[in-house]
Design a protein around this ligand. Sequence first.
Ligand code: ASP
Length: 585
Amino acid sequence: MRSHYCTNLSEKDVGLEVEVCGWANSYRDHGGIVFIDLRDKTGLLQLVCDPEHNKSAHEVASNVRDEFVLRAKGKVRLRGEGLENPKLKTGKIEIIIDELIVENAARALPFVINDENVNEEIRLKYRYLDLRTPKAYETFKLRSKATVAVRNTLDELGFLEVETPVLTKATPEGARDYLVPSRVHNGEFYALPQSPQLFKQLLMCGGFDKYFQIAKCFRDEDLRADRQPEFTQIDVEMSFCTQEEVIKVTEKMLKNVFKACGFDINPPFEQMTYKHAMETYGSDKPDLRYGLEMVDVADIFSRSTNEIFSSIASDTKKNRIKALKVPNGDNIFSKRQMKGFEDYVRKFGAQGLGFFQMKEEGLKGPLVKFFSEEDLAEIVSRCELKTGDVVFFGAGKKSVVLDYMGRFRIYLAEQMNIIPQDEFRFVWVVDFEMFEVEEGKLKALHHPFTMPKDINADVEDMESIAYDIVLNGVELGGGSIRIHKKEIQEKVFKLLNISDEEANEKFGFLLDALELGAPPHGGIALGLDRLIMLLTNSKSIRDVIAFPKTQRATCPLTQAPSIVSNEQMRELGIRLREKTIKENR
Ligand code: ASP
């Protein structure tokens, strides 16, 4: 066994006999003396192999190359004057070596460890080399601390950790399923769970009134920067609870997780309705670290002499006209940049981007001529404009305007560099709509098991008892109070155009349970990977997953997914179409 990790030694240990183990991070031969920077998960330590001190250790050292695995015994001493390295934690000391053992040699590495310019595919192929850096170790240490804090907090609160199946039936979280063919039942498939949603509800029906799990979820989606086909959720469910109780448990857990990772956060967090978030920030996950709030000005524009604006403004149910003030924007941005803003919003469906500049003498800009003096004054007062400010306008269909103005808000904040980097700003978004329309079809905004506030309300206005927790503009997680009555569940299925047969085929087991004494219940799930990303300020979700997949859902390390033998395919009753085989090759 080693006696110390590299960076646990310091000048206090001078004279101590030690044994250290690790990898040769680098080596130098200086006038016959070999210096090796030994690296372990904690950092670097300098070993000195001097032939005058110990001939055989020096001989071994002469053959050491990068990434050889070493065990070294020797004595801690101070480095000579002027030879200290202030960049290293152990920069004041070195070990004069009495015995050096090469535990294993290493061939030339495919890339230099820690070189951030190396193509990611190669780094993932040799992921263990990537993991050898202290930075990677720190990330996974923090991840472990966070997970343990989740377990401890929920355990203290009386929650039971229960595992749910991975080979199961489809659960609808809105993505495509990963399927596993059955050998015993040829032609039939298991689905990997998109979340443990239905099982956790069934645990409530089983009388386990507080459940949690650090659960793997699988969703076959087109991967975006912060998505992975398999990811981890902190999954929680409780019986006989209110929304506020779920929120309280989550806040307590987050408080302890952040504390375990060295941060102090102060729940209770602010709550905001979905409607307010959409209307003011153009997003259901608003970043509240900066202002740039949108103001509704449709009523003022309805009185303008510009027909396009006045007609858009006349239908406040379908359309929106939103103003976004940039304080001092006139001095911050050039004409050219302002033109660039228009190009930016056009990418997201904007027809254009109007603006006013607040000059000493009043509002200026191409739109001024369409407004009366009073209405210009109203714009100034409603947007609280001061000299030098610029105010931009988005006008058009509600969903389009809210979307591009929301994106524009973030884009502006980035351009203006006003986003505080060392702040954790949480917000609960509550009172979600029950449904959304996607490609002409009604879809559950959360999932179809979410309890509506009033099942008899109009479909467009129906709200659900659902809540999301948002941190710095990132959705950390979400949950809801669930439907625990069969009639309501059936009504929701009907509204979603799920026939009785389909409902029975897919969710018959749930409908059964709802008839056999299902308690009221609700819960939440938080994305652990995203949480760790935010805690470690990582740019990619792949940095916080030990063995992640690429954006094309492949694993360069194991080469998964891969072709399987004909024998295996035959057992599964599967034959590939000729075309598929060719396409795959
Ligand atoms: N199952 C949901 C999800 O994965 C979370 C929840 O409702 O608890 O998004």
